[in-house]
Design a protein around this ligand. Structure first.
Ligand SMILES: *[C@@H]1O[C@H](CO)[C@@H](O)[C@H](O)[C@H]1NC(C)=O
Ligand SMILES: *[C@@H]1O[C@H](CO)[C@@H](O)[C@H](O)[C@H]1NC(C)=O
Ligand SMILES: *[C@@H]1O[C@H](CO)[C@@H](O)[C@H](O)[C@H]1NC(C)=O
Ligand SMILES: *[C@@H]1O[C@H](CO)[C@@H](O)[C@H](O)[C@H]1NC(C)=O
Ligand SMILES: *[C@@H]1O[C@H](CO)[C@@H](O)[C@H](O)[C@H]1NC(C)=O
Ligand SMILES: *[C@@H]1O[C@H](CO)[C@@H](O)[C@H](O)[C@H]1NC(C)=O
Ligand SMILES: *[C@@H]1O[C@H](CO)[C@@H](O)[C@H](O)[C@H]1NC(C)=O
Ligand SMILES: *[C@@H]1O[C@H](CO)[C@@H](O)[C@H](O)[C@H]1NC(C)=O
Ligand SMILES: *[C@@H]1O[C@H](CO)[C@@H](O)[C@H](O)[C@H]1NC(C)=O
Ligand SMILES: *[C@@H]1O[C@H](CO)[C@@H](O)[C@H](O)[C@H]1NC(C)=O
Ligand SMILES: *[C@@H]1O[C@H](CO)[C@@H](O)[C@H](O)[C@H]1NC(C)=O
Ligand SMILES: *[C@@H]1O[C@H](CO)[C@@H](O)[C@H](O)[C@H]1NC(C)=O
Length: 821
C-alpha cells in the first residue's frame, strides 16, 4: 500500500491536493549482501535461527510483502531453504540509497527468550550520526508482546539435529524510528549488542526487512506536507450520551524537513474526521492537531459511531481521513464498531489497554501476604516474597534463607506457622486508599494471591487458604475495593493473581514434580521434556513441600487446601471469576503465566465489562497468547516503545515484598522514583511502583516518605505526566525528557537550571507566541521568556523564577501552550 494522495496546506489554508506519484516514497533496503542467518525452516528441514537448531515454521510465514501501519516490508522467501533470510546484527553498516528520510522501519526480533535494548545508528552523508534506540522483543516467550507476524509454534532444536514443535506462538515485530529529514542519510549501522538468554545462552537481534519512509521531493516547498501514516481501529471507547463511541487512531506525518521554515509546520487547529463513502460511520469526536513541525508524527484519536443496522465488527474499505473538511490520503480499511468477544485468539488479540490505563501513567503495586511475616532475604539479591521457595531451593546451607529460618525460627517451624502473625492489625483501609491518592497514583495493583497460595480474598469453596480463615480473618481485598468505591472512586483497582502455586498439590499435574504415587519426588533432569526447563527454573513444581531440614519428615501441610479434581477448573477458574464479578477488578494482573484457564473465561469478562460501560485491562502474564500491554520487571526500558507497556519495581532496591534485611537508607528516594516515572512516561510506559507493607499493615517510613514525595511532585507537575503522549522525534536529550498533549508541549529537566537557562538542541515544535510557564507548587508560574538562538539552540530563561524553582526538587517541568496562527 502507498499513500496516493497528498495534502499541502498553505498558511492561508488554501488546500492543494497532489497526485500520488509525487508523494510518498517507501524505499526497501537491500539486505542481500549482509544475510548471514536462516530463520525459518520447512517441515523436515533444519534452520538455526537461535544457534541451537531452533527456527520459525516457514509454512506459516507470509510470502512477498507485509504491510504494517501502512509501511510495506519486502520479505525474504522464508521457504527457500537454499538462501539465507535475515541479518544477525553485529554492527554491520548497511548502505541505503542516499536521500532524506522521515522514518526508518524494520522487521525483526531477538533470538532468545528475552527483550534486548539495542541501538542502531543512522549515518548521514555529512558523517554525523544519530542513535536509534529500540527495545526488541523476543521471537517467542510465554508472556508475549505484539507483532504483525505470528506463527502458531516454533521449532525447538535438539542437539542431535531434530526438532519438535513448541506451541508457544513465534513472532516478528516492526519498529519505526524518526530520522533527521533535514540531512541525507547514507547508511544504517545495525546494533552490536548481545544479551544472555534463558534456554539458549546468547541472545542477539535479527533483521528481516528494512524500509525507509520519505517524501520524494527533495526541496522544501515551504508548506506542510501532511500525510496519513495509518488509520487503526481499536476496541477502546468513550461513552457519550449513553452511546459507546469507538476510538480510531489516526497517525499523521508532516514530511516537510524539520529545518524548513515555520510556514511548513502545522500551527493552527486541524480537525480530523473520518468519512466513509458508503456513509456508514459518523465522526462524533473529531481529532485535533494544533502543532506538527516538519519531520514529526502524531497519533490522533477520532471517535466514531456506526449507522444503525451496521453490525459491530464490520470491515469497511472506503474510509477517508478528512482534515479541515478536505480528504487526505487514500481510502483505508477499518473495523467499524466493537464486536462482542469470543473464545479464540482472533477475538482476544483485538482487546487493548483502555484509554484510562494509557493516561494513568502511575500506579501503586502492593505485595502483601504471609511472606510479610518473615520478610527476609539477603537484601538486593532475591525477592523477599519468595521466602518459602528460597528456604527449599536449595534446601541446604548455601541458601541464606534456609540458614536464616533455621537460626531464627528453628527447623520445626513451618511456613504455614507464620499465618497467625500475618495480622493486618494496624491496617486502616481508608488510610491505604488515601495513600494511593496522596502519592498521585491513578490505580493500584494488589496481590490477591502470591505463589504461596495464600489468598487475601474470599476464595469460596475453591480453597480455605485465605485471610478470611487465617491471620487477620478479614476479606482484605473486599475491604480495599469497597473503601476505594466509597472514598476515592476515581481510582482504578487492579488485582494481582499468581497463576501457579509452588506447593499446591493440585498444581503438581501442571508443574514439574512427580506426584504419581501421592508423594513428592523431584523429577530427574530430562531435557527431552519440553516443560522441564521453564518449570524447573522458575520453580513452580506443584506438590507439597518436602521438609527443608529433614527429608524423612512428613511433607509440609498446605493449610486450607480443599481436595479438587483439577487446578485450572476448580481453583484458577472460580478464583479468577471471583476477581472479575464479585470484586469487579479493573485489571487482571496475572503473574508467571504457564498453564491457564484465562483464554476460556476472558471473553465473558470483557463482554460483561463492555456491556456495563467499563473498560478492563489484562497484563501479559496470564498464559494467554495476547495481552493489553507488556510488563518489564526491575528492568530499564531505554527507548520509546509504541506498544503500551508498564514497568514495575519496588521502592526496595530489589524486592516487592517487605524485606527486614534492607536498611532504611537503601530504599529508593523520591528523586530516583520521580526520574524513573518521568523517563518511563516519556517512552510510552506506565510506572507501577511497589511497596511491601509489614505483617501488621504499616508501610516502612522510607518507602512511605519517598512515595509521598512523588505525590508532592506530581501535585505540582502532573500536567506534564497524566494523559500525555510521547513525542515521536525523541523521548530524551541528556537530562531532559519530553511529553506532549494536543495543545501543549512539555520539557522536564532532571537538573536544576543553575545558570537560569534550560537549553535544548532538539527540533522542538515551538514557535514565537507559544506561552512558556513553569509547573510549580504554587501552580503555573508567570510567563517565561524563551528564544531560538542564531545557531538553533533553544533557550528558556528561568532565572526570574528561582524562588519557585527552589520549592520543587528532583525534576522541573515546563509547559508550552501552542499559540495558534
Ligand atoms: C549472532 O551474532 C552474534 C554476534 O556476532 C553471535 O554471538 C551469535 O552467535 C550469532 N547468532 C547466530 C544464531 O548465529
Ligand atoms: C520460495 O522458495 C520456494 C523454494 O525454493 C519456491 O518454491 C517458491 O516458489 C519461492 N516463492 C517465491 C514467492 O519466490
Ligand atoms: C561489535 O562488538 C564487538 C564486541 O564488543 C567488537 O569486538 C566489535 O568490534 C564490534 N563491531 C563493530 C562493527 O563495531
Ligand atoms: C544506546 O545509546 C545511549 C546513548 O545514546 C546509551 O546511553 C545506551 O547505553 C545505549 N544502549 C545500548 C544498549 O547500547
Ligand atoms: C565522511 O567520511 C568519509 C570517510 O572517512 C570521508 O571520505 C568524507 O569526506 C567525509 N565526508 C564529510 C562530508 O566530511
Ligand atoms: C544442531 O544440529 C546438528 C546436527 O544437524 C548438531 O551437530 C549440532 O550440535 C546442533 N546444534 C546445537 C547447538 O544443538
Ligand atoms: C451527544 O450529544 C451532543 C449534544 O446533543 C452531540 O453534540 C453529540 O454528537 C452526541 N454524541 C453522541 C456520541 O451521540
Ligand atoms: C508472632 O507474634 C507473637 C506476638 O507478637 C510473637 O511473640 C512471635 O514471636 C511472632 N512469631 C513470629 C514467627 O514472628
Ligand atoms: C463490600 O461491599 C459489598 C456491597 O455493599 C458488601 O456486600 C460486602 O460485604 C463488602 N465487603 C467487605 C469485605 O466489607
Ligand atoms: C533426538 O533426541 C530426541 C530427544 O532426546 C529423541 O527423542 C530423538 O529420538 C532423537 N532423534 C534422533 C534422530 O536421534
Ligand atoms: C511454551 O514453552 C515452554 C518452555 O519450553 C513449555 O513448557 C510450554 O509447554 C510451551 N507452551 C506451549 C503452549 O507449548
Ligand atoms: C508494625 O510492624 C512493624 C514491623 O514489624 C513494627 O516496626 C511496628 O512497630 C508495628 N506497628 C504496630 C503498631 O504494631
Amino acid at each position: 500500500m502507498r499513500w496516493t494522495l497528498w495534502l499541502a496546506l498553505f498558511a492561508t489554508c488554501l488546500v492543494h491536493v497532489y497526485a500520488a506519484e509525487e508523494g510518498v516514497l517507501q524505499t526497501h533496503v537491500d539486505l542481500t549482501p549482509f544475510l548471514n542467518n536462516k530463520a525459518a525452516a520447512l517441515e523436515g528441514t533444519i534452520a538455526s535461527f537461535d544457534g541451537h537448531n531452533g527456527s520459525y515454521p516457514a509454512e506459516y510465514l507470509p510470502i512477498g510483502t507485509l504491510v504494517d501501519a501502512s509501511i510495506t516490508y519486502k520479505l525474504p522467501n522464508f521457504s527457500d531453504m537454499s538462501t539465507l533470510d535475515n541479518v544477525n546484527c553485529s554492527g554491520q553498516v548497511i548502505p541505503v540509497p542516499v536521500g532524506r528520510y522521515h522514518s526508518f522501519g524494520w522487521l525483526g526480533a531477538t533470538d532468545g527468550f528475552s527483550s534486548l535494548n539495542a541501538n542502531f545508528t543512522a549515518i548521514y552523508e555529512d558523517n554525523s550520526t544519530e542513535t536509534l534506540g529500540y527495545v526488541v522483543a523476543p521471537w517467542w516467550t510465554s508472556n508475549p508482546s505484539l507483532g504483525p507476524i505470528t506463527a502458531p509454534f516454533f521449532n525447538w532444536g535438539l542437539s542431535n539435529g531434530t526438532t519438535y514443535q513448541n506451541h508457544n506462538i513465534s513472532r516478528m515485530f516492526t519498529f519505526q524510528h524518526r530520522l533527521d529529514n533535514s540531512k541525507n542519510l547514507s547508511g544504517i549501522q545495525l546494533a552490536n549488542v548481545t544479551g544472555s538468554a534463558r534456554f539458549t545462552g546468547t541472545l542477539s537481534i535479527h533483521v528481516f526487512a528494512m524500509t525507509l519512509v520519505s517524501s520524494n521531493s527533495s526541496e522544501s516547498s515551504g508548506e506542510p506536507l501532511l500525510a496519513v501514516q495509518d488509520v487503526r481501529s481499536t476496541t477502546k471507547f468513550r461513552t457519550q450520551n449513553d452511546t459507546q463511541v469507538q476510538l480510531i487512531e489516526v497517525t499523521l506525518n508532516n514530511f516537510a524537513p524539520n529545518d524548513a521554515p515555520i510556514s511548513s509546520w502545522i500551527t493552527s487547529k486541524q480537525t480530523i474526521a473520518l468519512h466513509s463513502a458508503s456513509g456508514t460511520i459518523h465522526t462524533v469526536i473529531p481529532g485535533e492537531v494544533n502543532r506538527l513541525r516538519g519531520g514529526d508524527q502524531v497519533r490522533v484519536i477520532v471517535g466514531i459511531v456506526t449507522e444503525e443496522g451496521i453490525e459491530a465488527g464490520t470491515k469497511l474499505d472506503d474510509v477517508q481521513v478528512v482534515v479541515n473538511g478536505s480528504p487526505l490520503g487514500e481510502q483505508l480499511g477499518i473495523v467499524a464498531g466493537i464486536p462482542d468477544y469470543f473464545v479464540g485468539d482472533e477475538s482476544l488479540k483485538t482487546h487493548e489497554s483502555p484509554e484510562w490505563f494509557d493516561g494513568a501513567k502511575f500506579g501503586l503495586f502492593v505485595h502483601w501476604g504471609i511472606y510479610s511475616v518473615p520478610a527476609w532475604t539477603v537484601s538486593g539479591t532475591q525477592y523477599a516474597e519468595w521466602y518459602w521457595y528460597w528456604q527449599h531451593n536449595p534446601a541446604n546451607a548455601s541458601s541464606a534463607v534456609w540458614l536464616h529460618h533455621k537460626e531464627v525460627y528453628g527447623e520445626d517451624f513451618l511456613y504455614d506457622d507464620f499465618f497467625p502473625n500475618f495480622t493486618a492489625s494496624v491496617f486502616d483501609v481508608n488510610a491505604f486508599v488515601q495513600f494511593v491518592a496522596d502519592i498521585g497514583a491513578k490505580y493500584y495493583v494488589i496481590t490477591t494471591k502470591h505463589h504461596d497460595g495464600f489468598a487475601l480474598f474470599d476464595t469460596g469453596n475453591s480453597s480455605n487458604r485465605n485471610s478470611l480463615n487465617y491471620g487477620p480473618k478479614r476479606d482484605l481485598i473486599g475491604e480495599i475495593l469497597n473503601a476505594t468505591k466509597a472514598t476515592q472512586p476515581q481510582l482504578y483497582s487492579g488485582l494481582y493473581f499468581s497463576l501457579p502455586e509452588w506447593f499446591n498439590p493440585a498444581y503438581a499435574k501442571y508443574g514439574h514434580a512427580d506426584f504419581s504415587d501421592g508423594l513428592y519426588h523431584p523429577r530427574s533432569d530430562d531435557p527431552s521434556n519440553p516443560g522441564y526447563n521453564i518449570l524447573q527454573r522458575t520453580g513452580f513444581a506443584g506438590g507439597l513441600a518436602q521438609n527443608a531440614y529433614n527429608s524423612s519428615a512428613p511433607l509440609e501441610p498446605y493449610t486450607g487446601y480443599i481436595e479438587v479434581d483439577d487446578y485450572l477448573e476448580d481453583i484458577m477458574k472460580p478464583q479468577m471469576e471471583t476477581l472479575f464479578y464479585k470484586y469487579e477488578t479493573d485489571i487482571l494482573w496475572c503473574d508467571v503465566g504457564g498453564p491457564t484457564i484465562a483464554p476460556e473465561i476472558l471473553p465473558a469478562w470483557y463482554n460483561w465489562a463492555k456491556a456495563n460501560g467499563r473498560q478492563v485491562a489484562l497484563n501479559a502474564r496470564c498464559g494467554t497468547n495476547y495481552s493489553d500491554f507488556d510488563n518489564p520487571e526491575y528492568s530499564v526500558t531505554s527507548s520509546l516503545k509504541t506498544r503500551k507497556w508498564e514497568s514495575s519495581e519496588g521502592s526496595d532496591p530489589y524486592s516487592y515484598g517487605y524485606n527486614q534485611n534492607t536498611s532504611y537508607e537503601n530504599y529508593r528516594n523520591t528523586s530516583y522514583l520521580v526520574h524513573s516515572l518521568v523517563d518511563i512516561v516519556s517512552k510510552n510506559g506506565n510506572y507501577l511502583l511497589d511497596i511491601g507493607p509489614t505483617a501488621n499493615g504499616t508501610i516502612v517510613p522510607p518507602s512511605r516518605d519517598s512515595l509521598l514525595g512523588v505525590g508532592r511532585w506530581l501535585n505540582a507537575s502532573g500536567d506534564a505526566i497524566y494523559d500525555t503522549q510521547y513525542w515521536f522525534v525523541t523521548a530524551e536529550e541528556g537530562n531532559l525528557r519530553f511529553t506532549t498533549k494536543q495543545d501543549a508541549f512539555y520539557i522536564i529537566s532532571f537538573l536544576y537550571p543553575e545558570d537560569g537557562v534550560v537549553r535544548s538542541t532538539s527540533p522542538l515544535p515551538l514557535k514565537t507566541g507559544d506561552k512558556a510557564t513553569f509547573l510549580g507548587v504554587n501552580g503555573i508560574s508567570q510567563e517565561l521568556d524563551w528564544q531560538w538562538t542564531a545557531d538553533g539552540v533553544f533557550e528558556l530563561s528561568v532565572g526570574e523564577i528561582e524562588d519557585e524553582l527552589r520549592m520543587v526538587g528532583d525534576a522541573w517541568a515546563f509547559k508550552f501552550v501552542y499559540h495558534s496562527g
